[in-house]
Design a protein around this ligand. Structure first.
Ligand code: ATP
Ligand code: MG
Length: 442
C-alpha cells in the first residue's frame, strides 16, 4: 500500500480532548473517528488491528471447542422480561420501538437470547456440554463514556456461553475459558492476570476478570506479584490439568477493589510481594449456575428427570483491546509505539528518502515492496515527499514493528533495516524477510 493512497488521516498534533495515550494516538494516527458521544467509526488502520485481534480471539475459542454463531444486535424485550432483567438493567440499555410499537432493544449482552436459542433445540443431557460464542457489536449507554474506545457506548465484544448438566461439568467449561483467555492474551503479547471479581448484575458466585496492568486503567487491583510467574504453557485441556492451572493462580491473592479486604491482603501476601495498582479489564468470565436457565425454563432430560442447565458466560472486549494494547506497548519517553507483530496493521514499512525530480529511491522501494508482497507480507510504503525526519517520526507513531529505510547510500546487500526499539542493521533483503517471517510465526 502506498501511503499517499492510503486512508490514514494523520493529525499534526495530539487532539486536546483525549486524556489518555491510546485515545490520543488512535485519533492522531487516524485509526478511529468519533461519530457521536461514545460511538466511533473504525478507519483502515484501526480496523486492521481490530480484525487481527478478533481472529486471535476466534482461533483460541475454536481451539478449546467453542462453536461460533452470530446473534443479532437487536433483541426483543420479551426474553428480558422472562429473565427479570428488563427492568434491572436500567438506563444502560438502549430501548427501541419498532413500527408495530413492539419493545425492542440493542443488546448489551446476550445471556437471554442464547438461552432462548439453547432451550428451543437441546433436549437431552447427552448433547451437553454446549459451548457457543459470537463476536458482535454491543450497545451500553454508559453513564460516562470516556477514553475513546476503552469505555464507549457501541463496542465490539466476543461473548461466549456454556451449558452443562452439573456444577462439576460447568466448572470444567469455565476452566477451558480460563485457559483459552490466558492463551489469547499471550498471543497479543499481553500479560493479563486473572483476578477474582464481583459478579455484578450478571449474578452468580464465581468470576474472574482478566486485567492488564496500566496506570490509566479503571480497575483498582490488589495482587501478589508472584502471580506473574505462574506458568500456563504446559496446561492441557483435560479436567485435572485445568483444575491445577486455576489452583496455581488462586494460590496467590489477587482481586479487584470490590473484593478487596485489607486484612486478608496483608495476611496472605508478604509485604515484599504486595502490589496495589491499576489495570484495564480486557476479559471477564462468570459462572452463574441456573440463574437464567431456571426463570427461562432451559432444561434437559437427565434419565427421565428435568434438570435446569448450569450456565456460564465469558466476554472479551475485542475493540477495547486495541486501546489496551497501546496503553501497554506505547513508550512514553521516546513517543514510540510498537504493535505486537500478531496484531500490527502492517508487517513492515518502507521509508524511501525522496528528493524532488529524483524517483530512484521510490523505484527501489517499489521493487522491494513487490518482493515482500510475494512473501505474503503486508507492507506500507511512504511515497510522500516529506523529509526523512518527519517520516521517521510519523512511523514511530504508527508503530509498525519493522522499518526499511532507503537513502543515499543504498546497497542491496546492506539495506538499512530497523526493528522498533532495537539497533539499526545493514542486511540483505533475504535476511530481512527471514527476520520478519520469524517474528510473525512466533
Ligand atoms: P466494565 O467493568 O469495564 O464496565 P463489564 O464488567 O461491564 O466491564 P462485561 O459485561 O464483562 O464488562 O463485558 C466483557 C468485556 O467487554 C469487558 O471485559 C470489557 O473488556 C468489554 N467492555 C465492557 N464494557 C465496555 C465498554 N463500555 N466499552 C468497551 N469495552 C467494554
Ligand atoms: Mg460495565
Amino acid at each position: 500500500m502506498y501511503f499517499s493512497k492510503s486512508f490514514i488521516p494523520i493529525l499534526k498534533n495530539n487532539p486536546t480532548e483525549a486524556k489518555i495515550k491510546s485515545h490520543q494516538l488512535m485519533l492522531r494516527t487516524g485509526m478511529i473517528k468519533q461519530s457521536s458521544t461514545g460511538i466511533y467509526s473504525w478507519l483502515p488502520l484501526g480496523f486492521k488491528v481490530m480484525k487481527k485481534i478478533e481472529q486471535i480471539v476466534r482461533e483460541e475459542q475454536n481451539r478449546v471447542g467453542v462453536q461460533e454463531i452470530l446473534m443479532p444486535t437487536i433483541q426483543s424485550s420479551e426474553i428480558w422480561k422472562e429473565s427479570g432483567r428488563y427492568d434491572d438493567y436500567g438506563e444502560e440499555m438502549l430501548r427501541i420501538k419498532d413500527r408495530q410499537n413492539r419493545e425492542m432493544l440493542y443488546g448489551p449482552t446476550n445471556e437471554e437470547l442464547v438461552t432462548e436459542i439453547f432451550r428451543s433445540s437441546v433436549k437431552s443431557y447427552k448433547s451437553l456440554p454446549q459451548l457457543l460464542y459470537h463476536i458482535q457489536w454491543k450497545f451500553r449507554d454508559e453513564l460516562r463514556p470516556r477514553f475513546g474506545i476503552m469505555r464507549c457506548r457501541e463496542f465490539y465484544m466476543k461473548d461466549a456461553y456454556s451449558f452443562d448438566i452439573s456444577d462439576e461439568e460447568a466448572l470444567y467449561s469455565y476452566n477451558k475459558f480460563f485457559l483459552s483467555y490466558l492463551n489469547t492474551f499471550k498471543r497479543m503479547d499481553l500479560s493479563a492476570i486473572p483476578m477474582a471479581a464481583d459478579t455484578g448484575p450478571i449474578g452468580g458466585n464465581l468470576s474472574h476478570e482478566f486485567i492488564i496492568l496500566a496506570d490509566t486503567g479503571e480497575s483498582k487491583i490488589f495482587t501478589d506479584k508472584r502471580i506473574f510467574e505462574v506458568d500456563s504453557s504446559k496446561t492441557t485441556i483435560d479436567k485435572n490439568s485445568l483444575t491445577k492451572l486455576r489452583e496455581n493462580f488462586e494460590n496467590y491473592y489477587s482481586v479487584t477493589d470490590e473484593k478487596f479486604n485489607k486484612n486478608e491482603f496483608e495476611r496472605n501476601v508478604p509485604e515484599e510481594y504486595r502490589l496495589k495498582t491499576k489495570g484495564i479489564e480486557v476479559g471477564h468470565i462468570f459462572y452463574f449456575g441456573d440463574k437464567y436457565s431456571k426463570p427461562m425454563n432451559a432444561s434437559v432430560d437427565y434419565n427421565g428427570k428435568k434438570e435446569f442447565v448450569k450456565m456460564g458466560s465469558y466476554g472479551v472486549g475485542v475493540s477495547r483491546l486495541v486501546g489496551a494494547i497501546i496503553e501497554a506497548k506505547y513508550d512514553d519517553k521516546n513517543e514510540i509505539m510498537k504493535w505486537p507483530m500478531s496484531v500490527s496493521p502492517y508487517d513492515c514499512c518502507i521509508i524511501p528518502i525522496i528528493n524532488k525530480n529524483d524517483n530512484s529511491n521510490l523505484e527501489k522501494a517499489t521493487n522491494i515492496l513487490n518482493i515482500l508482497k510475494k512473501h505474503n507480507l503486508d507492507v506500507l510504503i511512504d511515497d510522500t515527499d516529506e523529509n526523512i525526519s518527519s517520516k521517521i517520526k510519523k512511523f514511530n507513531l504508527l508503530g509498525i514493528p519493522f522499518q526499511i529505510i532507503i537513502g543515499k547510500n543504498f546497497n542491496e546487500q546492506k539495506i538499512e533495516f530497523k526493528e522498533v526499539f532495537k539497533d539499526t542493521l545493514f542486511i540483505s533483503l533475504d535476511e530481512i524477510i527471514k527476520t520478519i517471517k520469524n517474528k510473525k510465526s512466533n
